[in-house]
Design a protein around this ligand. Structure first.
Ligand SMILES: *[C@@H]1O[C@H](CO)[C@@H](O)[C@H](O)[C@H]1NC(C)=O
Ligand SMILES: *[C@@H]1O[C@H](CO)[C@@H](O)[C@H](O)[C@H]1NC(C)=O
Ligand SMILES: *[C@@H]1O[C@H](CO)[C@@H](O)[C@H](O)[C@H]1NC(C)=O
Length: 522
C-alpha cells in the first residue's frame, strides 16, 4: 500500500466523523458553509475523554470549520519544537459571563424571511449543542439603526408616568419569538442565556432636540421629571419582557453615550457625560429598579469604546452611591486597534469588583463600502479572534457581537449603515451563509461556557508573533485552550497541563483557530 493511498484512507475516515459544511466560495480568501431547510453543518459533540486523550476543534482559512480531532498526551519531557507553554490552573483571573449576540430587528426580519426548516437550522446553529451555544443576548430597547424606522416604546408627549408604554410590533414578531426559542433550545442541553437591554434614544418628546437622532440629551435638570420618567421606561421594559417569559439579567445605561454629543449624528442616540450618567444611576435608575423589585438587574456603565477608560469608570464609580448600583463596565470594540489594553487593566485595577464586558462588535468597513459584506473572508474571523483573545487576556468577562443575521447587503438598516455579520441570509434562495466569523465566535462560546475561569499560561520557550493563546478552567476539571495562528506558516505548540498527563503537542495549520479540550487532573 503506497503512502498516498494511506493518506486518502485516513482522510476518508475523518470525513465520516461529521465534516458536513457545504462549502461555497464568493471570491474572498476563504469559504462560507451554506445552510438551507434540509442541510446545515453541525459541530461533532464532545465525548468522555479516555485517559490521556485530548480533543482539538479546528477552523482554518483553507479547510476546517470547527472540525474535531483527537490526540494523546506526550510523556516525553520538553522542550518541544515551537512554542512551549506551561498552564497553571492555580493562578486564576476573571470568571466568564458569556458570549453572544444581539436580537436586533434586522436579525428577526432576515430570519423570518427564511423557510421554516432553515429558520430551525439558524436557531440550532447558534443555540443548540449542534451549534455554538450562545449564552448572551442583547436587546435593543425599542429601535436602533438596524430597524426599518425610528420608534420608541412611548411616543405620547408628556406621559411622565409611562402609562402609554408598550412594546412594539418588532418586539412581538422579531425579538421575543426568537429569544423564546433560543431559551428553550439551550435549556434542552442544560445551558442558559442571559439577556441585557440597551437603549439607543429616549422618545423624541423627552429630548432637548425633539428628535431621536442627532445631538441631544434628556430635557430639564438632572433628577427632574424627564430623568425620573426615563428610569421608569427601563422599569417598564424589564417588566414587559418578564411578563412575556424573558428575564432581563442586565441593562446598559445608554448605548454609546458619546454619539449623542456629535452634531448631525445620523441614527438614534442620546448624549451623556460620565457625570450625568453617574447622577442618573445614583438618583434615578438605581433607586427605580430597586423600588420595583428589579434590584438584582445588573446595571452596566459606558457601553462605548475603550478609549473612554479608565476616565469614565473613575467618574461614575468614585461616587459610592452610583457604585453601589453598578455591576459592570460595558465596552465596544471599534477602536481596539488604536487604544492600548492599559485602558482595561487600569479600569480593572481601580475597580476590581466591577466586571468588564464586551457589549458590541462587528466588522464595519468604513473606507471600503463595497465590502460591507465579504462572504467567506477569513481575515474578519482573525480580527475577531485577535481582539477577543486580547480582551480575555485583560480582564474582559465576555463578548457580545452585533447582529445575528443580516441580508446580502448587510442590512436592513434605515440609515444604510450596513455592516457584516457572521450569518448572512439569502432570502431569494431560502438559504443562509455561515461565515468564518461564526466559527471564530464558536471557538469561545461553545467551549468557554459561563462560569469558566481564566487561568495563567506562560510561554517557557519559543516565541511567535503570529500566535495568541488563552486558557480557561471549567468546573475545576476541564481545560479549554484557545489559540490562533495568524501567520502564513504552521506553528508548533506544546502545553504542559499537569505533571500526571504530560504534554499536549500539536501543529497549528497556517491561518487557523484551535480550541483544545482536556481534563485537568488536580
Ligand atoms: C439544500 O442544499 C443541499 C446541498 O446543496 C441541496 O442538495 C438541497 O436540494 C437543498 N435543499 C433545498 C430545500 O433547497
Ligand atoms: C412620534 O410622535 C411624533 C410627534 O407627534 C411624530 O412626528 C412621529 O412620527 C411619531 N413616531 C412614531 C414612530 O409614531
Ligand atoms: C454621589 O452622587 C450623588 C448624585 O449626584 C450625590 O447626591 C452624592 O452626594 C454623591 N455622593 C458622593 C459620596 O460623592
Amino acid at each position: 500500500m503506497n503512502v498516498k493511498f494511506l493518506i486518502v484512507l485516513i482522510s476518508l475516515i475523518w470525513l465520516c466523523k461529521g465534516k458536513n459544511c457545504v462549502k461555497k466560495s464568493f471570491g474572498y480568501s476563504s469559504f462560507v458553509c451554506v445552510c438551507n431547510s434540509t442541510v446545515c453543518d453541525k459541530v461533532t459533540p464532545e465525548w468522555d475523554l479516555k485517559p490521556h486523550q485530548f480533543l482539538v476543534y479546528m477552523s482554518s482559512r483553507d479547510e476546517y470549520r470547527l472540525d474535531n480531532f483527537e490526540g494523546y498526551f506526550n510523556i516525553c519531557p520538553g522542550p518541544y519544537p515551537g512554542v512551549n507553554f506551561n498552564v497553571n490552573p492555580f493562578k486564576t483571573y476573571q470568571t466568564i459571563i458569556g458570549f453572544g449576540r444581539a436580537f436586533t430587528d434586522a436579525t428577526g426580519i432576515n430570519v423570518m424571511s427564511l423557510p421554516e426548516g432553515a429558520q430551525e437550522n439558524w436557531l440550532k446553529s447558534y443555540f443548540s449543542s449542534e451549534g455554538i451555544q450562545y449564552s448572551i443576548g442583547r436587546i435593543p430597547m425599542a429601535s436602533c439603526d438596524f430597524s426599518t424606522y425610528p420608534y420608541s416604546y412611548d411616543n405620547t408627549s408628556g406621559d411622565f408616568e409611562m402609562t402609554k408604554f408598550s412594546l412594539q410590533y418588532e418586539d412581538m414578531h422579531y425579538k421575543l419569538p426568537l429569544m423564546t426559542q433560543a431559551v428553550k433550545m439551550l435549556k434542552e442541553d442544560g445551558r442558559n442565556i442571559l439577556f441585557f437591554g440597551s437603549p439607543w434614544s429616549a422618545p423624541a418628546w423627552m429630548k432637548t432636540n425633539d428628535d431621536m437622532t442627532g445631538y441631544g440629551t434628556l430635557k430639564g435638570p438632572q433628577g427632574g421629571p424627564y430623568y425620573k420618567a426615563w428610569a421608569e421606561y427601563f422599569v417598564h421594559f424589564i417588566r414587559e419582557y418578564q411578563n412575556r417569559g424573558i428575564e432581563v439579567w442586565g441593562v446598559t445605561a445608554q448605548n454609546e453615550p458619546s454619539d449623542g454629543h456629535l452634531h448631525d449624528f445620523p441614527f438614534q442616540a442620546m448624549g451623556w457625560t460620565p457625570e450625568q450618567q453617574r447622577d442618573f444611576i445614583a438618583n434615578d435608575l438605581g433607586p427605580a429598579l430597586e423600588e420595583n423589585g428589579f434590584g438584582d438587574v445588573k446595571i452596566m456603565i459606558l457601553d462605548d469604546q475603550r478609549i473612554f477608560l479608565p476616565y469614565w469608570a473613575d467618574k461614575v464609580l468614585s461616587n459610592s452611591t452610583a457604585a453601589k448600583y453598578v455591576s459592570g463596565i460595558a465596552i465596544h470594540w471599534y477602536e481596539d486597534p488604536l487604544v492600548p489594553v492599559l485602558a482595561l487593566d487600569s479600569s480593572h485595577d481601580m475597580f476590581p469588583d466591577k466586571f468588564i464586558f464586551g457589549t458590541e462588535a462587528c466588522i464595519w468597513p468604513v473606507r471600503d463600502k463595497r465590502d460591507r459584506v465579504a462572504l467567506g473572508e477569513w481575515n474578519r474571523a482573525e480580527r475577531y479572534a485577535r481582539y477577543i483573545i486580547q480582551d480575555l487576556q485583560h480582564w474582559v468577562t465576555g463578548w457580545t457581537d452585533w447582529n445575528m443575521a443580516l441580508d446580502m447587503q448587510g442590512g436592513p438598516n434605515w440609515v444604510s449603515n450596513f455592516v457584516d455579520s457572521p450569518i448572512i441570509v439569502n432570502k431569494e434562495k431560502g438559504e443562509f451563509y455561515k461565515q468564518p466569523m461564526f466559527y471564530a465566535m464558536g471557538h469561545f462560546s461553545k467551549f468557554v461556557p459561563p462560569g469558566s475561569v481564566r487561568v495563567a499560561m506562560e510561554a517557557v520557550s519559543g516565541e511567535e508573533k503570529d500566535l495568541s493563546c488563552v486558557t480557561f478552567l471549567q468546573e475545576k476539571q476541564t481545560l479549554s485552550i484557545v489559540c490562533a495562528n495568524f501567520g502564513d506558516a504552521k506553528i508548533d505548540v506544546s502545553f504542559k497541563v499537569d505533571d500526571d498527563q504530560g504534554y499536549i503537542f500539536y501543529s497549528l495549520p497556517p491561518h487557523s483557530l484551535a480550541t483544545f479540550r482536556c481534563n485537568y487532573i488536580a
